[in-house]
Design a protein around this ligand. Structure first.
Ligand code: ASP
Ligand code: MG
Length: 409
């Protein structure tokens, strides 16, 4: 007998019919003899609706009151699901985050879980009940309701699974699982059966649409096996877990992530002296702007170029900052390019294989795609290219590394 934490997202509990379907699924797991703790989101659209209500009244509602308001969304679904379970003769009990003591810090709307008291849940499980917990919410030391940030129910589920040492945390959603790349770009993208936490974090640009990336970090830290699967199909989905050392045939590349939401800033012709990188990047990070890729060229003539990427939404502000310091650092020129895309090949198998980078570069060269920046880490190689070649590049790489689903191609 195992203990599963099953989390159902907004679409999965989007109507009373769907809530009843969730109840059937939970009961099917119970019938196999397992204990189940269910975590639910608010009905789809509900959190946004509540936020609009708040904004209709106040431009800047206090975060404490926003949390009191938003947490009601999940309170509705825990009660309805418990009723649906009871109607089917299954003993069930709903709990808000505070009732099962999901203790968080005091940062409203982006609270972090500090600790969970598992006693209450364990005693309910021991009485043969299904425990239904409201996702996305907790309580701080002073008894205030807190919420964990948008998409936070995933993190609630993982945290509960960690506290209860559950055998698996299953995230039921509206897609079948994690794919080798975005199926909207590459038609024969293949559903991955297993993937490591590390890879999933690197594939965040694909996975972020499926689950809150913070929940993957959490699951990795506490070694909670995490499964992403569809609540509308019978399919085991994708299991995210630790690297299996015994697995001889670990694929070299697991997936291809990409993003179009970055911009490239180049500061050229600055003197190549100690402290120059700090003078350029320092003010940008001080403004709270996240810098992603950074490259600096070797200098032949005593000057150097520093190129870095930031989120496209931050790029104008970044240029203004650099423009202001440009004169001090004696930059020859500051340029901003918003039409770039970053593509990353990800795979733990890369660690033990040479030649991945050259194959990647050859594939892009064969398509006459110019690479602007290259960066690597142990399990990832990223390139920045002109945005207009993004789809071509992803498709070419996907087929060069034979990632496709044969049945679909
Ligand atoms: N209902 C919350 C949201 O929409 C939390 C969640 O669904 O995970 O962000
Ligand atoms: Mg969600």
């Amino acid at each position: 007998m195992a203990l599963y934490v099953q989390k159902f997202g907004g679409t999965s509990v989007g109507s009373t019919e769907r809530i009843e379907a969730v109840a059937d699924r939970v009961i099917a797991t119970r019938k196999q003899g397992h204990d189940v703790v269910v975590v639910v989101s608010a009905m789809s659209g509900e959190t946004n609706r509540l936020l609009e209500l708040a904004n209709a009244i106040h431009d800047k509602p206090t975060p404490r009151e926003v949390d009191v308001l938003l947490s009601t969304g999940e309170q509705v679904t825990i009660a309805l699901l418990s009723m649906a379970l009871e109607k089917r003769g299954c003993k069930a009990r709903s709990f808000t985050g505070g009732q099962v003591r999901i203790l968080t810090d005091e940062s409203h709307m982006r609270a972090r879980i500090k600790e969970i008291d598992d006693k209450k849940i364990r005693s309910e499980l021991a009485e043969g009940k299904v425990v239904v917990v409201a996702g996305f919410q907790g309580i701080d030391d002073n008894g205030n309701i807190t919420t964990l940030g948008r998409g936070g129910s995933d993190t609630s589920a993982v945290a509960l699974a960690a506290a209860l040492k559950a055998d698996e945390c299953q995230i039921y959603t509206d897609v079948k699982g994690v794919y080798t790349t975005d199926p909207r770009v590459v038609e024969d993208a293949r559903l991955l059966r297993t993937i490591t936490f590390e890879e999933m974090l690197e594939l965040a640009s694909l996975g972020a649409k499926i689950l809150q990336i913070r929940s993957v970090e959490f699951a990795g830290k506490y070694k909670v096996p995490l499964r992403v699967l569809s609540s509308f199909e019978d399919d085991p989905g994708t299991l995210i877990s630790l690297e299996d050392e015994n697995e001889m045939e670990a694929p070299i590349i697991s997936g291809i992530a990409f993003t179009r939401d970055e911009a490239k800033v180049t500061v050229s012709g600055v003197p190549d002296v100690p402290g120059i990188a700090y003078q350029v990047i320092g003010p940008v990070s001080e403004a709270g702007i996240e810098v992603d890729v950074i490259v600096q060229n070797v200098s032949a003539d005593g000057t150097t170029d520093i190129t870095f990427t930031v989120k496209r939404a931050d790029s104008e502000q970044t240029r203004d900052i650099i423009g202001r310091i440009g004169e001090n650092v004696k930059a020859r020129e500051v340029t901003l390019d918003k039409k770039i895309a970053k593509i990353s090949l990800v795979g733990v198998g890369m660690r033990s294989h040479a030649g991945i980078a050259s194959k990647m570069f050859k594939t892009l060269a064969d398509e006459s795609i110019n690479i602007q920046i290259i960066t690597t880490s142990e399990i990832k190689i990223s390139v920045v290219i002109d945005e207009k070649y993004l789809e071509l590049a992803v498709r070419a790489l996907h087929s060069a590394f034979e990632l496709g689903d044969e049945e679909k191609s």
